[in-house]
Design a protein around this ligand. Sequence first.
Ligand SMILES: [Fe+2]
Length: 498
Amino acid sequence: MIIAIEGCAHGELDQIYRSVENLSRQRNAKVDLLICCGDFQAVRNENDLQCMAVPEKFRQICTFHKYYSGELRAPVLTLFIGGNHEASNYLQELAYGGWVAPNIYYLGYAGVVKFGGIRIAGISGIFKGHDYLKGHFEKPPYTNGTMRSVYHVRNLEVFRLKQLKEDIDIFLSHDWPRGIYNYADTGELLHWKPFFRDEIANNVLGSQANESLLHEVKPKYWFAAHLHCRFAATVQHNETQSTHFLALDKCLPRRQYLELIEVPHNASQTLELCYDPHWLAILRSTNHLLSVHPTTQYMPSGGPGCRERYEFYPTEEEMGDVKTIFNDDYRIPLNFSQTAEPFRPRPNYNRNARQAEPQLNPQTTELCKKLGIDDPLEKLIGKPTIVSTPVFNPDEITLELDDEEEQLDEQPEKAIPVDSNEFFIVDTKPQKRSKMSLPQPQNETLDDVPLCTEKGPVIEATNITSSTEQVTEDDLPSTIKKFKRRNQALYVDPENSS
Ligand SMILES: [Fe+2]
C-alpha cells in the first residue's frame, strides 16, 4: 500500500489534499492513506478557535470546518495525531480516538489502529517534564495555563504504549524523540539548522518520552513533525531490528512536507481502519490508572514494595474478553456525528467568541461503554451533557460534489540535500552528495497548485515557481506573502518548545 506522510498540517487541508493528488499523479501511485503528524487544527467554529493555543491575532478558521460540515469530503482516508496547536476542546472529546469528520480519524491521546493489517501507533502532544506525571485534569473553558498543558504528554499514555512490546510498523509523534539526531550526521543537520547546536550539545532537543518509546517499541518507521525541517535517520536497535525515522516540515510553499512510502501488506486484508485488539485489552486493564487530577501519579514499576500489577501485555484471557466484546470484528464504525455547529463562512467572523463548553462525544461514549472503561472527559465534567445541535452523519448522504517553531520559521530557508534511500519511493534522478542517509524528498513543489489566501477563497498560484528555481520571498505575489505570514505567525507562543 502507499501511505502519504505529512508534517505539520496547520489547518491547510485543502492544500494538503491537492498536494497529495498532485504527487500521486506525478508518481503514478494511488495513495491509500494520508497520515498527518500533528498541529492539525480541527477547528469547527469560532468557539473552537478560542480553545487553540495561538496568539489572538493569529487565530484563523482555516479549512477544516468544510470537511466537518459536509461541504467537502476528505478524498483520502486521513489519520492524524495532535500537536501543540489544536482545537484541544474537540480533541478532548475523543480521548481514545474517533472521527473528527467523515474519513478523517484522530488517534486520541495515544492509540493503535490497523490498516490493511499494518499496525500504526502514535501519541499526541508534546513533552513537558513539569506536566508529565499529572492526570488529564484540563477542561474547557481553559485558562492560559491549561490551554497549553492540555496538549502536554502524560505518563499514562507512554506507559500504555510501552505495554505493546514490539511489532509496531509505524509510530507517530509530533515532537522528535530526543537523541534521534545522533543516528544521522549531526554535523550536516547543524549546517542547515545551526540554532539546534546548543540543544543537541546538551541533549535536550526532542522528547524524552518519545526517546524511551523508540527504544522499547522499536517500530519499523517513526514519523514526526514540529521542528519544521526534514530530517531522516536510521536507528539500528540490534542485528534484526531497526527504525527508519523521518521528520517532515509544515505545509508551506517550497517546504518538504509530504512524502510517500510503500509499505508491503497482506493483499487479503481490506483497507479499512480497524481497532487493535491488544491496545483495546491494554485500555481495559489499565483503566484504573486514569487520573483527571493535576496531582502527581506514578505508573506501577514493579520496584521494591510494588504489590500491584505492573505489566499489562494482554493475557490470553484478556484477549479472549476483547474478542467476545467485539465479536472478532474490529472494524472502526463509521459513526461520526457533529457535536457542535459548523462554522458558517462569512468575511468578518467573530474572533472574540467565547471558548466552547466541554461536550461529550457519542463515539467515545459508545466505545467506553463497550470496553467498560472511563471517558476522561466524562470523569471531569460528570454525566453526559445534552448534545444541543442536530446530529447527522454525512457518511449517509450523497455529496455532489513554540518559541522554537517561530525561530525555525525565521531561519533562511535552505533545502537539506538528500540521498536516495531504499525504503522510500524515490526519484531516479541522481542527487548531489550528502553525508546524511536521507530519503529522496517527495515534497509538493506547489507548481500549478491553488493556494489558500489568508481570508478569502482559493486562488490559482500561477506565479509560483518550483523550489528548484530559487525564488525569493520578494518574487512571490502579495497574496502568497499573506499565506506565508499567516502561517509564520502561528508559532509566536512562549510555551511551545520542542
Ligand atoms: Fe508543533
